[in-house]
Design a protein around this ligand. Sequence first.
Ligand code: MLT
Length: 214
Amino acid sequence: MPDVPPGFVHRYIPPAGGRSRVTLLLLHGTGGDENDLLPVGAVLAPEAGILSPRGRVLENGMPRFFRRLGPGVFDLGDLALRTGELAEFVGAASRAYRFDPNAVAAVGYSNGANIAGSLLLRRPDLLAAAVLFRPMVPFEPEEPPDLAGKPVFLAAGRRDPIVPAEETERAVRLYRGFGADVSLHWRAQGHELGEDDVLAAREWLSGWMTRTGS
Ligand code: MLT
């Protein structure tokens, strides 16, 4: 048995039959845990491995990936710290479980999408692709990260009371501005994750996996 990488309570599920190089890094929303997105991961890419950590910050007992000062107002110092911790954990997990560190695709929902975005902006080398469900702009980097050609799937809800349309458009502009290849999907619903979000992301991910042979 490999040593368990320290730092985060998590689930790791190896790729089914070793058929894929890809590991999905599942990042839950506020109040979720490491089990929440496992069914989503299984639909998105059943052949991929899964690494699913639990956020280490508690807000009234609810796990999150970084602190916030109020709704949509992030503690940027804590976000930087937690992004570093998560990046370190993913590296340690790839060594412990022997998965390919160059084929990690983040799949984040809400608060998980925001830390996935922060990983993209701070550690663009760490993620081969990202699926962001209902993201906001995590922060505006001072140094431009190199996201040239980075595949990003972004799904937003037209009736989302937490992420207004302008915020979605700002996030898309931010990632595209640094060169990312962003595929934007609007949904009729609100902040909740729907089956159509997952099916559209599955199609997009399977296209990416086929193109990259992973
Ligand atoms: C966040 O705090 O990351 C966003 O407001 C999304 C949320 O968790 O509600």
